[in-house]
Design a protein around this ligand. Structure first.
Ligand code: HEM
Length: 446
């Protein structure tokens, strides 16, 4: 720790010295340059100078500062400590695009089997259960290959009219009131129902799934990690999915969906029990329903803040798919996901040891000027050849095409029906969670 503090201080004093030199009078400058302070110099002759050192670089993923606006600290991390050591958790954080990209594709030195969220590997308040994102090859490869066909663009073609009719129904209801909450009345309604359709959970239980996922992700300010209420919601979700799996097997349902597939396949030479099936299903429901609304609310915000670009999208809907990706690049809700080191490795000048968690700071990577020109500018026409918002490599988002389709259809319908919506920021609420940021509520009027 001391060594790190000294090292960080050196960099910061360097910054402080620049400011300090600017404030010197010419005579003092001469003194400072030509006559460095000697041991025998009387204290009264030492130049009386004051300077304000830049605050020491300290990254705490749960700090109020990071919760409020993480981008300034991400910028410093990228420049001053791209492989940053979090002493409190004996963990590391990567903030540059290239580093996150490369480490995401490295299955030799990292495991997901110890969990990938802060609740698993930092605060350790949540147990790891079998889910696609918490598995390593070869089991991960077996399961992912088995479910992949449900997420292919061909399989999803029939989903577009479903998403459009869900969006239309939400906007019809909102039109009667002339306002709506983008999260609760629109995007969450759609994403959770789409996740049910893709997974094979009955659509009529969509509202129940939605409320369980919201309770699971709700956090209390000042409480690091998941709350007991969130853990309770997770247990309720599991209980529902265990019953669903069991009931389906007993009924001998022949539906071609993920619930039935999980009942049939073998992973590692063994059939899955109901608890494992429920756990895998929970991943599809949570992964499928939780992130999209926050991404969509950010898009609504960004387009309102950039009226020219909003008007361009409304005039030419062909711009919408790229606008959706640019929104995801510019403001990504998932602040980080983790891996745990299995074999010692070197990243830049740092040595990572087995057992240490590694954080991928995706939103920081997506604003890395080494990858994107003018990264702090929102530009829907930007070319985005690579993006980290859906991860990369073995565990990259399997729901990528679902998410892109939801983004395209929901933005198209919103800009077609209510292109001049107005944000009601006085009634907006931010969501305070340990690794996901966004709106809990974003009311608009039209
Ligand atoms: C805009 C919306 C979405 C975003 C930003 C997003 C983001 C991500 C990211 C960053 C990962 C990588 C996790 C890691 O490397 O540890 C991931 C994985 C995953 N996502 Fe998504 N996702 C979205 C929508 C969806 C949807 C709609 C579904 C399903 C219907 C889904 C299902 C999954 C699953 C199952 C995984 C784990 C894949 C694996 O480990 O092999 N996601 N997602």
């Amino acid at each position: 720790m001391i060594a790190r503090m000294l090292k960080d201080r050196t960099a910061i004093v360097g910054i402080g010295e620049t400011a300090f030199a600017k404030r010197l009078e010419p005579s003092e400058k001469r003194l400072a340059c030509a006559a460095p302070r000697r041991r025998d110099r009387p204290a009264s002759l030492a130049p009386r100078l004051s300077y304000i050192p830049a605050p020491m670089l300290h990254y705490d993923p749960f700090s109020t500062e990071v919760m409020r606006d993480p981008y300034p600290v991400y910028a410093r991390l990228r420049e001053e400590a791209p492989v940053y050591y979090l002493e409190e958790y004996d963990a590391w954080a990567l903030s540059r695009f290239e580093d996150v990209w490369n480490a995401s594709m490295d299955n030799k030195h990292f495991t997901c089997a110890k969990g990938t969220t802060s609740a698993h590997v930092l605060t350790k308040v949540q147990q790891v259960t079998p889910m696609l994102n918490n598995m390593d090859p070869p089991e991960h490869t077996q399961l992912r290959s088995a479910v992949r066909r449900f997420f292919s663009p061909q399989a999803l073609r029939s989903l577009e009219p479903t998403i459009r009719s869900l969006a239309t129904a939400c906007l019809d209801r909102a039109a009667l009131r002339g306002e709506c909450d983008v999260m609760a009345d629109f995007a969450s309604q759609i994403s959770v129902k789409v996740a049910c359709v893709v997974t094979g959970v009955p659509l009529e239980d969509g509202d129940l799934m939605n409320s369980l996922v919201w309770r699971f992700f709700a956090r209390k300010p000042g409480h690091a990690g998941m709350t007991p209420e969130g853990l309770q919601a997770m247990q309720e979700l599991f209980a529902y999915l265990v019953n669903l799996s069991h009931a389906r097997r007993r009924a001998g349902s022949g539906a071609d969906d993920i619930v039935n597939l999980l009942n049939q396949i073998e992973i590692g030479g063994k059939k899955l029990d109901d608890a494992s099936i429920a756990s895998h299903l929970a991943m599809f429901i949570i992964g499928g329903s939780e992130t999209f609304p926050k991404v969509f609310a950010n898009d609504i915000l960004l387009l309102a803040q950039h009226p020219d670009q909003r008007a361009q999208c409304a005039r030419d809907p062909a711009l919408i798919p790229n606008a959706f990706l640019e929104g995801l690049r510019y403001l990504m809700p998932t602040q980080f996901l983790c891996r745990v080191v299995t074999r010692e490795l070197q990243i830049r000048d740092k040595t990572l040891r087995p057992g240490q968690p590694l954080l991928f700071l995706y939103p920081s990577a997506n604003r890395d000027p080494r990858e994107f020109r003018n990264p702090d500018v929102f530009d829907i026409q930007r070319s985005i050849p690579r993006l980290l918002s859906f991860g990369q490599g073995t565990h990259s988002c399997i729901g990528l095409h679902v998410a892109k389709m939801e983004g395209k259809v929901c933005l198209e319908e919103t800009l077609r029906r209510i292109p001049d919506y107005e944000l009601q920021m006085d009634r907006a609420e931010r969501l305070v969670t340990d690794f996901v940021q966004g709106f809990a509520k974003l009311p608009i009027r039209f």
